[in-house]
Design a protein around this ligand. Sequence first.
Ligand code: NAD
Ligand code: LMR
Length: 341
Amino acid sequence: MVKVAVVGASGGIGQPLSLLLKLNPLVSDLALYDVRLAQGVAKDLSHISTNAVCRGYDKDQIGEALRGAHVVLIPAGVPRKPGMTRDDLFKINAGIVKGIVTAIGQYCPDARILIISNPVNSTVPIAVETLKAMGKFYPGNVMGVTTLDVVRAETFLADYLIAQKKNSISKQYDKTKMCKDVTVIGGHSGNTIIPVIKKKPLISTLASAYDEFVHRVQFGGDEVVKAKDGAGSATLSMALAGYRFAEQVLKSIHRENTAPIPTYVYLPGIANGVKAQAKLSTSLEYFSLPANLLDGRVTSVDDTILDSLSPQEKKLVERAVKELETNIDKGKKFVNGNSKL
Ligand SMILES: NC(=O)c1ccc[n+]([C@@H]2O[C@H](COP(=O)([O-])OP(=O)(O)OC[C@H]3O[C@@H](n4cnc5c(N)ncnc54)[C@H](O)[C@@H]3O)[C@@H](O)[C@H]2O)c1
Ligand SMILES: O=C(O)C[C@H](O)C(=O)O
């Protein structure tokens, strides 16, 4: 019996994400919360003939929505418009995430918390600091969802490899199997997104397309924001990505073995987090690395990936660190004071 709550369930991500969760047999209760429309979305989904019981909760019912939840997904907040950075969303989304996480600390402090709201590089530190201040922080429970970067890296790598080979061996690059070839570490914005090619010879295969591939993974979000022309950012691919991550958490709660999956976590709280920091040559508290899950929580990260980086990938890590430091600091200060906002 697993209760999953989606906070921000009526939004562009929230609705398709809730639909996918309604289809998952590992979910027994699906609680949909939003400041608008959640009852309607829940009624709609409740007609689907799967066993998860789906209920909607109005603005003043967050406690009921969260009480007893084992997993909480947070896609609440405003999305970007063309010309904005994710950091521009901080002013509105920082307060939204802090408020939601405070309610989680109150009503379901043990829940695994999956944070989608941007800027993820800062909203995850906001969640952790909020829970710490409440005395309710359990390391490994708070996970920043960076899976969309992985999904994009898989898609774009296959596209570029197929183009390089001029379609002659395109079957070798089945997009659904690219997870063995590429993953993504770092953070979730522009230069902090670091695609890592697992099969290093593919970097030479990409040749001059390598830089273009990296750029598309780092700025894939901007492509969608531009194409949607003021109507928001990625929602459908994000719903799939958020579901892909949540599915691993659910399987892990059900004692199924799961492969390491990247997530942006608080490193000092994870078994080998300090070792990972040393390998990164930084004191960064947050970084996305492939994470091992146990009971749906991060227990350790795969720091060995940092031993195998190519010279190009090492440079990407170095470039990411400064921006991540600033983003993390901004999130921490928002909760602990000294914020200029
Ligand atoms: N992590 C990622 O990879 C990733 C990818 C895409 C989008 N995002 C982010 O996800 C967030 C949501 O994007 P979207 O396109 O679904 O936006 P949206 O505007 O379509 O939906 C957001 C929903 O959040 C709700 N909401 C606002 N304040 C709330 C609160 N206090 N409590 C509960 N619900 C609240 C709104 O009513 C709305 O239904 C944005 O911040 C966006 O930048 C992250
Ligand atoms: O680009 C955005 O603002 C949304 C999301 O972070 C994305 O990567 O698509």
